[in-house]
Design a protein around this ligand. Structure first.
Ligand code: URA
Length: 230
């Protein structure tokens, strides 16, 4: 199979994502750059078609410049690997805010306004088929952006929504933030259940005959497809 197209497309997506990351690392659109240690643009790949969106970097993320690398990140990574059977670097992980709010306070509306174009630029490049919103801040921004009503995380968590977007079909699902599950262990059960739903999504997605790069895969799963390239 001639796979030169895939490599060129994937490289150009990676390059475009890196250009956005560079732009983020120079950002002064709100005051958070003054108190942050590192910008946290996001990381991973578009291979699986799944993007996880959290709220904002915490202490550990601020130190390392990487998303979800603290305790909540350990839980998220565990769920991605154990429940979805994917490697962390096969999904893309980003946040609504790219800088840590002091003392992990909630994002301010003006900070979300200033920062959100970066996230939507990243999504346009990644063209995901599934966006998983982690917690209410992420869900409210993303649902509103795609003209869906957001009635609150408790009411919609675990419910999949399918919409048509400029790059095709997009499934949105909001789940509890992993940090919430760490503080309130009774939420962990919900989180695990919702991840199992997510697994069905991913499987559905793998059945699709076209991957997000627009290349026919003859009903192979994306995993099969890319493992053939290695
Ligand atoms: N919580 C988030 O919302 N994002 C991170 O990157 C880490 C913790």
């Amino acid at each position: 199979m001639d796979n030169s197209n895939v490599i060129i497309n994937e490289n150009s997506a990676t390059e475009k994502l890196e250009l956005i990351a560079e732009k983020i690392r120079r950002c002064k659109r709100c005051d958070l750059w003054k108190t942050k240690t590192n910008y946290v643009p996001g990381e991973g790949s578009g291979y699986s078609g799944i993007v996880f969106v959290g709220e904002a970097p915490g202490r550990e993320e601020d130190i390392q410049g990487r998303p979800f690398v603290g305790n909540a990140g350990k839980l998220l990574t565990e769920m991605i690997e154990e429940k979805l059977g994917l490697k962390r670097n096969q999904v893309f992980i980003a946040n609504v805010l790219k800088c840590r709010p002091p003392n992990n306070r909630d994002p301010l509306p003006e900070e979300v306004e200033a920062c959100k174009p970066y996230l939507f630029e990243q999504l346009k490049i990644l063209k995901p088929s599934v966006i998983v919103c982690l917690g209410r801040h992420s869900a409210s921004l993303i649902f509103n952006h795609f003209n869906l009503t957001f009635p609150g995380i408790t009411r919609i968590r675990g419910k999949p929504f399918e919409i048509a977007v400029e790059w095709g079909k997009l499934r949105l699902i909001a789940i509890y933030h992993p940090a919430a599950a760490l503080y309130r262990p009774q939420l962990k059960e919900h989180l695990e259940k919702d991840f199992s739903k997510l697994k069905e999504f991913v499987r559905m997605d793998k059945k699709s005959s076209k991957n997000k790069l627009g290349l026919k895969t003859k009903n192979k799963t994306l995993k099969d497809f890319f493992s053939e390239l290695l």
